[in-house]
Design a protein around this ligand. Sequence first.
Ligand SMILES: [Zn+2]
Length: 401
Amino acid sequence: MRSDPSQPAAPLTIFDYNGRTTAHTARRIMTMAPGAAPLADAAVIVRDREILAVGPRRSTLAGFSGPVMDHGPATLVPGLINAHCHLELAHLRGAIPSGLGFAEWVRRLVALPMGVFDQDAAQAAAREMRTSGTACVADIATRHPGAAARTFTREGLDFVSFFEEFGFAPPTGDTPSWPADLHGLPHGLFADHVSVAGHALYSTHPDRLRAAKAWATRHGKPFSLHLAEHAGEVALLADGTGDFAELLRKRVLPRDFRPPGRSPVAHADALGLLDEHTLVVHAVHVDDADIRILAGRGCGVCLCPRSNAYIGVGRAPAEKLAAAGARICLGTDSPASNTDLDLWNEVRYLLHHWERISLADALAALTTTPARMLGRENTLGMLSPGMRSGVALLPADLEDA
Ligand SMILES: [Zn+2]
């Protein structure tokens, strides 16, 4: 079988999880293996997300008798990793207008039915990610990590479902307060795919954050934390002032809250939350000292540029973070603060708004770097035999980026 060039373009992810072994050929394959140059006129043989062989077209296809899909002038890359999403908010797409600023965005969000898990919306969101090139999702779940896990599994996606600790109640022990939603999840799914996150320094008891991080460390799992997303967070932690502080005092902040008098990054560091297994999300309001801490601790720094623009919180100093050696990842964030879940649109946004970014940098932020952060470096982010990264098609408009 050979694809008919008159057919419409294939979806941007070309693993379809149907158990068939298929070869894909193209003008160029970027394997993302360290130091490897792009392969010209190449082939990759895939079954579901598993890479069976990759290399020059002629030698890779020698002896292969299965179906071959020729992608002509396209470039094939490993399936992408979305390093920050909230699948449980999938039904709130478009429910909050853009540009309101963080405090108003939160006011609107908590007035919406954010506690329900809309299975149809979640499944459609997972499918949107898969068909736009995503192979793995680092997903945050405040209430429904089990439902999210089942949804990703049905869609054939790899994932880490981070149960998110939230609130100023102190921890009750050294195990996260797992929600009932996780009960009955098959043990393998829990062991391989569930971890714990902290919501944010301004919303969650510091001991609860420390206990969550300690649990993740004991179990060899990644930890995630929203950090330095907006100016209100900076003001609250610096001296307890600002509109956002007033909003929080009405909702979540304890009466005896004392601002630590530090930047969000410095405070997270003082709490021992930052290391090479922590995925810091946003890092918009960071100064040079913060950037040195993030790079020095080896944290993953997940930028969500379109979410930041949608809410109107500012723009992360991505160039400085990259220059300092921070391990940059990319995420869409939730559909409540983005127009879609297509990671290629994050790349298009970055190429338009950043200085000095190359396609190779953007691809690393979507493949090898988040794979390492999530402990998936042996299975994701690279096209080499034995990996389970799936294959994605680079959109034609990014070919010359
Ligand atoms: Zn988030």
